[in-house]
Design a protein around this ligand. Structure first.
Ligand code: XLS
Ligand code: CA
Ligand code: CA
Length: 436
């Protein structure tokens, strides 16, 4: 097999003292942290769409990059070479997982039948590369947003014909994810939303979306696919409003339609910030409800209001994220998938390595810092202290439902003005800084 990343050897852990940019300074796969290797904590994954197919285009300009594995004139040959290059990249980087959309790995052909045939062919190749390397599919998904037929959505489209076409695509994408032993399957509703309510029946569209998801659950069960289903929240872009707005609105939707036991959430850092929350907030919301499934690890830009999908480098963010991920028991089927793309001016193949090394090291530092904070109990202890009253008589009588409003009125009349206590925000921020 031809080498697609010549001159780049396997990336090794060299420790914080190393000045070699093509080495890990903090991510040491076999190092044990809180009883588990770093590799098992993180379950790092490379995304196919940005890393293998992204070429630096933006809304003002065409591609700035070119890749030798794309140039074969036959699209199937190009897809094969890209798949081979992908597995070389995963191995050199030392990640054990990858994620894909159906159309990233194999382009659409003239008819759905031809498209499916080509997809099967590429999935055969991916399957054999997985077997050769031990690299696994973290999750698969269907691209229901690029083709113009989906301009008004797939599941939420006003036309049942387009709904049916989307359903066919989802069925096939679940099948191939199952075939690749995928540990999960993601639903991201890029065009499941609206641009104006003047042409949109929101309730009808929510009913349609729920129907599609119920059919997917039925199908999953019928073929024995045990991968975890996820919804990936995002508030807008490309549509003005997306129905999977944030973790809380996804949760409400799942509850409303009886889907709460069949889905978890795939939380993307940049989507969290677009919805006006922090990444940490979204993880915490999901974790507390048993919905913290997987993470699309990236970041936005504070000054740019769209989804820039940058590689994560902020150690504050990765520390807060790992604190919550550890608190809720770590990943089961999910992992940290780099849904992130090179900046338009980072045009070389080598830049793909720098980008992923940076993200992996940033999360490794977050993990180690969070583990130390947890071992020392410095934040958890403060939280327990702050809520201690809820374990006392009054707190327990309220929370277990024994106390009525009348009881509490009697209590307040008798006890007088309650004491207030400091939230100690600055002190807690200082403690965190001591660990970072
Ligand atoms: C786009 C999303 C997308 C999903 C998978 O903003 O992040 O890439 O992760 O369809
Ligand atoms: Ca994503
Ligand atoms: Ca994104």
């Amino acid at each position: 097999m031809a080498e697609h990343f010549p001159g780049i050897a396997k990336i090794e852990y060299e420790g914080p003292g190393s000045k070699n940019p093509l080495s890990f300074k903090h991510y040491n796969a076999d190092e044990v942290v809180l009883g588990k290797t770093m590799e098992d904590h993180m379950r790092f994954s490379v995304c196919y769409w940005h890393t293998m197919q992204g070429l630096g285009q933006d809304m003002f300009g065409v591609n700035t990059m070119s890749r030798s594995f794309h140039i074969a004139s036959d699209p199937i040959r190009a897809a094969e070479q890209t798949m081979e290059a992908a597995f070389e990249f995963f191995q050199k980087l030392g990640v054990k997982y990858w994620c894909f959309h159906d159309r990233d790995i194999s382009p659409e052909a003239g008819s759905l039948a031809d498209t499916n045939r080509n997809l099967d062919h590429i999935v055969d190749l991916a399957d054999s590369l997985q077997n050769d390397t031990g690299i696994k599919t973290l999750w698969g998904t269907a691209c229901l947003f690029v083709n113009p037929r989906y301009m008004a959505g797939a599941a939420t489209n006003p036309s049942p014909e387009i709904f049916a076409y989307g359903a066919a695509q989802i069925k096939k994408a679940i099948e191939v994810t199952h075939r690749l032993n995928g540990e999960g399957y993601v639903f991201w509703g890029g065009r499941e939303g609206y641009d104006t309510l003047l042409n949109t029946d929101m309730k009808q569209e929510a009913d349609q979306l729920a129907r599609m998801l119920h059919m997917a659950v039925d199908f999953k069960k019928s073929i024995g696919f045990e991968g975890q289903f996820y919804i990936e929240p995002k508030p807008q872009e490309p549509t003005k409003h997306q129905y999977d707005y944030d973790c809380q609105s996804c949760h409400a939707f799942l509850l409303e339609y009886g889907l709460e036991n069949d889905f978890q959430l795939n939380i993307e850092a940049n989507h969290a910030t677009l919805s006006g929350h922090t990444f940490h907030h979204e993880l915490e919301y999901a974790g507390a409800r048993g919905l913290l499934g997987s993470v699309d690890a990236n970041r936005g830009d504070y000054l740019i209001g769209w989804d820039t999908d940058q590689f994560p480098t902020d150690i504050y963010d990765t520390t807060m994220a790992m604190l919550t991920i550890l608190k809720y028991g770590g990943f089961k089927a999910g992992g940290l998938n780099f849904d992130a793309k090179l900046r338009r001016q980072s045009t070389d193949l080598e830049d793909l390595f720098h980008a992923h090394i940076g993200g992996m090291d940033a999360f490794a530092r977050g993990l180690k810092t969070a583990a130390k904070i947890m071992e020392d109990g410095v934040l958890e202890g403060k939280l327990t202290e702050r809520y201690a009253g809820w374990s006392g008589d009054l707190g327990q009588s309220i929370i277990t439902g024994r106390a009525s409003l009348e009881d509490l009125e009697a209590h307040a009349l008798e006890s007088g003005e309650p004491e207030k206590s400091s939230g100690r925000q600055e002190m807690l921020e200082n403690i965190l800084n001591e660990y970072i």
